[in-house]
Design a protein around this ligand. Structure first.
Ligand SMILES: Nc1ncnc2c1ncn2[C@@H]1O[C@H](COP(=O)(O)OP(=O)(O)OP(=O)(O)O)[C@@H](O)[C@H]1O
Ligand SMILES: [Mg+2]
Length: 410
């Protein structure tokens, strides 16, 4: 089959709390990309997923972009970016419309989504995604794709995600000041989910928890649609800070110790090794024990997972999580995190890495790249759905009318 996607370049920028990662890829099929370059730079301008220093963020984006451009030989002019932070809100909504011509057409779907979306959103917030969960026609419920079905009344149940206008604008501004046009802004856990979850998991029911540096981003999928999202302001950097404070050492040293000896689950402690580390003051070395490190890390990990547990309970999400939980993000590399999650949530837990194909071996095989890679996959799948379902003049009109969220349609 001829490759109609050849030469189509897709670029993503994951503006994380600890690193900015730019990926340049070539689309090779309707749901696959080939990575041409990775550009990465430490991030210093964000706190808990939100830009707090524009100049520093721009500097980091520039560095990462420069590297990606150099490796790929491609000038980056536009990109899709991710968003996270405590300003993100999400809720379910529904809408209903009469089916105009007997069978459900594209404009009926557009209208019912518009009806579900026509609700008061909190001041200072803007809609980022309107994600259909299912449709109902007359008394028939839980329809995934109502196109072409007969009935009188069409109803849609949707999940709406909003973000603070200021935070969105700051991200756009940082990219624009680097000379890059933002073509789409995607909630980070939706991207990570596209990178690490497989089709069966999404269909049968699963949750993803991306434990980053600044935030832990949670999303639940069932019947291939989103059921619930949440952003938790507890993630890897807080673990590192706890270690620095608890052991009186520097942030850098705390990070090194966490990555090399950190443990989140006491049942995995075999030998209580001694750890040599630098103290916060001067050159002096100091020894501590792995069990002491565990005493600092485990309660914080429990706190995070208990928030997830409470959320699952509060919104009755367990019945959706048939295949369990997938951990990703750099924080999932902490030894014992998976086992602790299994114990607290009482369900299967696995670590998710980007399911990349046709790439340089090893280059993206870390959970820290889930968001960046997922942004690419999310984008090409969106385009595919838009092209497949909406061609012709009507499609163009609808597309124009609902420009910002049309592609989350099906
Ligand atoms: N081997 C490791 N063991 C424990 N923690 C690790 C390891 N490697 C990375 N981390 C932690 O992962 C975190 C960074 O993860 P990631 O790159 O996914 O975050 P980010 O995308 O920059 O941040 P965010 O998504 O929250 O804005 C850091 O807190 C880091 O300490
Ligand atoms: Mg991240």
């Amino acid at each position: 089959m001829a490759n109609t996607f050849l030469d189509k370049i897709v670029v993503s920028i994951d503006i994380g709390t600890t690193k900015i990662c730019v990926l340049v890829a070539k689309q090779i099929s309707h749901d696959e990309v080939q990575i041409l370059a990775i550009g990465k730079a430490p991030s210093h301008g964000l706190k808990r997923g939100v830009v707090v220093d524009i100049a520093k963020t721009i500097q980091s984006i520039k560095e990462a972009v420069k590297e990606a451009e150099f490796i790929s030989g491609h000038k980056i002019e536009s990109a899709v970016v991710g968003i996270s932070g405590s300003h993100i809100l999400s809720f379910n909504s529904n809408g209903a419309v009469p089916i105009k011509k007997g069978d459900v057409r594209e404009f009926d779907i557009a209208n019912v989504i518009a009806a579900a979306k026509a609700i008061q959103i909190p001041e200072g917030q803007q809609i980022l995604h309107v994600l259909p969960q299912y449709y109902s026609i007359d008394s028939q419920e839980k329809i995934q794709n109502p196109l072409g079905m007969y009935g009188i009344r069409l109803e849609a149940q949707v999940h709406i995600i909003t973000g603070s206008v200021a935070s969105v604008q700051n991200i756009v501004r940082c990219c624009e000041m680097t000379g890059i046009k933002v073509t789409d802004i995607i909630l980070e856990q939706l991207a990570s989910a596209d990178a690490v979850l497989n089709k069966d998991e999404k269909e049968l029911g699963v949750a993803v928890l991306d434990i980053g540096g600044g935030t832990s981003d949670f999303a639940v999928y069932y019947h291939d649609s989103i059921r619930h999202t949440m952003v938790i302001p507890i993630a890897g950097n807080l673990f590192t800070n706890d270690i620095a404070i608890g052991l009186q050492t520097t942030i850098n040293e705390a990070e090194r110790i966490k990555q090399n000896y950190g443990l989140a689950f006491s049942k995995l402690l075999m030998e209580d090794d001694e750890i040599e580390m630098e103290m916060v003051h001067g050159e002096q070395k100091f020894t501590t024990k792995k069990s002491l490190l565990l005493k600092i890390i485990e309660p914080r990990a429990e706190e995070l997972l208990n928030i997830v547990y409470d959320e699952i309970k509060k919104y009755n999400l367990k019945s959706f999580m048939t295949t369990g939980l997938v951990l990703t993000g750099g924080g999932s590399l902490l030894i014992g995190m998976k086992e602790l999650a299994q114990e607290i949530l009482k369900m299967p837990v696995r670590i998710g890495l980007p399911k990349t194909q046709n790439i340089l071996p090893g280059s993206l095989e870390s959970p820290i790249y889930s968001t960046g890679y997922g942004l690419l996959i999310h984008t090409i799948k969106k385009q595919d759905r838009t092209i497949e379902n909406l061609n012709g003049p009507l499609a163009a009109k609808i597309l124009l009318r609902m420009k910002s969220w049309i592609s989350d349609f099906f």
